[in-house]
Design a protein around this ligand. Structure first.
Ligand code: C5P
Length: 232
């Protein structure tokens, strides 16, 4: 898998999303469908976007008992998505079950990655509210290691952690990194942010870019800039 830019299509409904995607006439960007759009439109939105030729990362961040996650993943896998995810906080047994559930009859399955700690989580929040009394980077590395041991393909993490994850889990273990911004003044709720060029230097495999593209008056221009800076 080569490097790519994934657009986070965090839109309220199908109409807004398809209007947005129709602006991309020369390329078919890899898109991420998250909870907002999926819960609003259901599985049909996945089929619709797939039929338009886009690769899809279905970002539903599953986190439940192993059996429930396995069953849910087998349904998701039939939607022919390219990438899915779980929360590593669900533990190794849950992650192994997720992989099992994803395997299709023909032996193929989507890429599956684990969320380590959300990029909106600061070390202070993690320690004060989640009562995880360790440095954030140690927690991210430990969760990444659990994901690798459980047979997952990679993790969602901050670009700032990508190199460390590769050092521990191998260069082939994918790092999918949100928290991308061109200027820190527009970080919004993201706490740990970097530019596309910096994410490339840090060896991130995929960057996930939402509002910098979707809220721009020139989304195609910003997407092309991200591709240029990140993929080259
Ligand atoms: O708009 P923005 O660029 O902040 O969008 C980032 C996207 O990546 C959002 O859809 C968010 O849900 C997702 N994400 C994240 N941090 C994670 C996992 C997913 O920001 N750790």
């Amino acid at each position: 898998m080569g490097k790519d830019v994934i657009i986070a299509c965090d839109f309220p409904n199908k109409e807004v999303c398809l209007n947005f995607l129709s602006r991309f006439t020369d390329t078919k960007p890899f898109v991420k469908i998250g909870m907002e759009l999926f819960y609003s439109e259901g599985p049909d939105i996945v089929k619709e976007i797939k039929s338009r030729g886009h690769k899809i990362f279905l970002d539903l961040k599953l986190h439940d008992i192993p059996n429930t996650v396995k069953k849910a993943m087998s349904v998701i896998s039939r939607l022919d998505v390219d990438m899915v995810n779980v929360h590593a906080a669900g533990g190794c047994e849950m992650m192994q079950s997720a992989v099992e559930g994803l395997i299709r009859q023909d032996g193929t399955r989507p890429i599956i990655i684990a969320v380590t700690q959300l990029t909106s989580t600061s070390e202070k929040m993690m320690q004060d509210e989640l009562l995880i009394n360790r440095p954030l980077s140690e927690v991210v590395m430990s969760y990444a290691n659990n994901a690798k041991k459980s047979g997952l393909d990679g993790v969602v993490c901050s670009p700032l952690e990508a190199d460390l994850v590769h050092a521990m889990c191998g260069r082939e273990f994918l790092t999918v990194t949100p928290g991308i911004r061109y200027s820190s003044s527009s970080a919004g709720d993201q706490k740990r942010v970097t530019t596309p060029a910096r994410a490339k230097q840090l060896n991130s495999d995929y960057i996930v870019v939402g509002r910098p593209i979707t809220a721009s008056s020139d989304p195609v221009g910003v997407y092309n800039q991200c591709m240029f800076d990140f993929v080259g």
